[in-house]
Design a protein around this ligand. Sequence first.
Ligand SMILES: [Zn+2]
Ligand SMILES: [Zn+2]
Length: 561
Amino acid sequence: MNKKVGFSDFAKGFYFVPLGGSEQFGVNFNLYCCDGKWVIMDCGIGFADERFPNVDILLPDPEFIEPYKNDIAGMVITHAHEDHVGAVPYLWPRLKCPIYATKFTAAVLRSKFHDFPNCKDAQIIEIDCDEVLDLHPFKIHFVHVAHSIPQAVSCVIETSYGRVVHSGDWNLDPTPVLGQPSDEARFRAFGDQGILAYIGDSTNAPIPGRAGSETQVLEGLETVLDGHEGRVLVTIFASNVSRIQSICRAAEKVGRSVCLLGRSLHRMTSNARACGYLDDIQEFVSEAQLPSLPADKTLIIATGSQGEARAALARIARGDWKGLKLGRSDVAVFSSKAIPGNEKDINNVKNNLSASGVRVIDPSNAGCRVHISGHPYRDEIRDMYEWLRPQLVVPVHGEHLMLEAQAELAHECGVEQTIIPHNGSVIRLGPGVPELIDHVETGVLAVEPQRIIKSNHAAISDRRKLQYSGAAHITVVLKGDGCLRYDPQMTLIGLIDPHSVEEAELLEDLQQEIEDTLLDLRDDGIDDDVRIEEDIRVACRRFLNNIFGFKPKVSIHLLRV
Ligand SMILES: [Zn+2]
Ligand SMILES: [Zn+2]
């Protein structure tokens, strides 16, 4: 931990450097370095919470890897979930390396690139599970895994220092509704060849048992629909193509037509169809047909399962979606789980639905399976260890509790060594015994409508402060002798009701405070404007703190006329 790593140190050896996704949910961005050449595994977004006012999504910060840009052999995307692929259109122009992905992931990425003209030269190379990608000095093999999206892969990264399995997201669904179960035989075969390290999904590592099967969800949805006479709305992650298939099959069984609401659902289903999925389900009905369909013949799939305020579900719940009002006798099914941090927003949506009389069903109250996770529970991870028998386990993809739980499980399963990384950890995988040797600077970037800034940018912290503590802007105009030429102009934001006479009196007291401060300064013979400005600022801040019990942001503009 104490040795500093510089460029020359990366020139020899095999390193793993997670820049995002370790100790946080989303923003996956993992680097592997072998003898000075780099491979990036995944490049995903995260959801911004209330700490980032007016920011919806977060990106990994690629600053560390940019100086090595010419040594990046490629970027491999394990699957098309936003937390793995969503940041590519934003960051590719800074890295400009070839991108490798399976056919479906490539299709999703290409459709994203339509909105990003800076990515028009991006080269996306489709890979297949039976080929070996030679990115010298890396050789990468792809192993099919079951997940809630088509064509997810684990990567087996071979180098002269050893073989690492980078798992991506996976589970051991024995009967997926779309695609095959995870390829146990190939994992076992790689295990027989010897695995230096398993670097993998920790999302459900604290939960005993197994995730279950999408087939159970299909049955669960049939149970929910059975005998119900009102409208049914099901909300999911748009990328959960398996779930779309389950919902459509359940709907078909009870004679309901399916309508998609939300742009990302349309985009995802057309990508899926272009790759040969969802071809055996009924045609979707259009939104325009919705009002004329009988309630008991309708099933709506809507985006917004994470409570996103602008998504279809939140708008429907607010009564803000033209052509569709849900009410008594209708039911809304959350066929999804909350991503940590989104619970409050989801609850708001649920409360809005409930206030309109809609029955809200989620995995906790359904009485049947309406959701299964795409990530492995403890028994599934245990199976993976048994197949691979890795010397080292590095838990990634999760918050600290999840990483810790996987490390503990690895010990329990007799794995020799575990290293829990932070974002920015430098782990030397070889030569010699793997070791955490350093930490490099990393962070996240915040996406605003017109620009991308670092998450520690002063604009974000100021906005956060304004949101919590309000602000006071005060203009003080002095004469040459240091006396006030005019009454100070004061604007208080987020502090008082300007229409309240009583509260407006506070402005008079604040003015008095400014005058007293000026008097003290004049008595001390001070005519330094910077000092005067600062003393007024401190006095006003103290005054407002005494009134409100918190310190608003105070800015003083001093003029001499
Ligand atoms: Zn995923
Ligand atoms: Zn993921």
